[in-house]
Design a protein around this ligand. Structure first.
Ligand SMILES: NC(=O)c1ccc[n+]([C@@H]2O[C@H](COP(=O)([O-])OP(=O)(O)OC[C@H]3O[C@@H](n4cnc5c(N)ncnc54)[C@H](O)[C@@H]3O)[C@@H](O)[C@H]2O)c1
Length: 253
């Protein structure tokens, strides 16, 4: 268990906080060399880097806005130069949206779609040549239960995550013949920066908990465990699937 990812090289996007930070730390704890990146929050990236070093892990950091194709290309190149290969890509970077449909602007539409969908597409495309060359790869896209069902004020977020789920399936089909697995993890409500405001007061939190059969809000570690499973060779026959990690919340819809 401790060395599931010994000598593997991973890129984790959005690793400055929340789920991405947990995934980066857990991969490093299990032996992976990790390129951690995020667009903003340089302090958060530094926090992740320090935590990995404290584990005696190996990592590099880079500021990468996933809406910027040239930054993605530079990140892939830097990872190859530093670590020689890319075995694992976790497309975790994402933004939320809490805005009624009639008030959605073009700018907000672009922000959500370009980060959550185009960024995932562009990063997958950028790592494929090296994964195909080495005939090995694990790609995990972090979607959402909001890509499975809709919710008030989240229409474009719903669309971005639903499309990322189908992109995962489409890519899984298109890499057939290569030893590359492409899957998604769809979290429910997880305590991170994205949801902290939504969960704000105790009454609201109680309401959400009442809709979760497991009786608690999720933690980044809950999602990370599923991501690492899909990145591992134990999951080599799991391909094009979306693993929902929501404490059963979707069952109550
Ligand atoms: N927290 C939840 O309840 C929840 C539920 C379902 C899905 N998700 C998904 O999980 C992923 C991680 O979110 P989180 O909850 O950890 O929130 P978070 O805000 O803590 O983390 C988001 C990360 O994405 C990065 N990011 C945002 N825009 C970016 C961009 N343009 N380029 C590069 N990086 C960018 C941020 O810097 C940060 O590191 C997201 O894709 C989110 O949609 C979260």
């Amino acid at each position: 268990m401790a060395s599931r990812f010994h000598n593997k090289v991973a890129i984790v996007t959005g690793a400055s906080s929340g789920i991405g930070q947990a995934v980066a730390l857990d991969l490093a704890r299990e032996g992976a060399k990790v390129m951690i990146c995020a667009a903003r929050n340089v302090e958060g990236l530094e926090e992740t880097r320090k935590a990995i070093i404290d584990l005696n892990g190996v990592c590099a950091t880079m500021t990468v806005d996933v809406r910027d194709q040239s930054a993605i290309t530079a990140c892939v190149q830097a990872t190859l130069e530093q670590f020689g290969n890319i075995d694992i890509l976790v497309n975790n970077a994402g933004v939320g949206q809490f805005m009624p449909f009639p008030r959605m602007s073009d700018e907000e539409y672009d922000r959500v779609m370009d980060t959550n969908l185009r960024g995932t597409f562009a990063f997958c495309r950028a790592v494929l040549p090296t994964m195909m060359e080495h005939n090995y790869g694990k790609i995990v896209n972090v979607t959402s239960i909001m890509g499975e069902v809709a919710a008030v004020g989240q229409s474009i977020y719903n669309a971005s995550k639903g499309a990322a789920k189908l992109l995962t399936q489409g890519l899984a089909v298109d890499v057939s013949g290569h030893n590359i697995n492409v899957n998604a993890v769809a979290p429910g409500i997880i305590v991170t920066n994205i949801t902290r405001r939504m969960l704000g007061d105790a009454e609201r939190e109680r309401y959400f908990v009442s809709r979760i059969p497991k009786g608690r809000i999720g933690q980044p570690a809950d999602v990370s465990a599923a991501v690492l499973f899909l990145c591992s060779d134990e999951a080599s026959y799991i391909h094009g699937t979306t693993l929902v990690v929501d404490g059963g919340m979707i069952c109550t819809r």
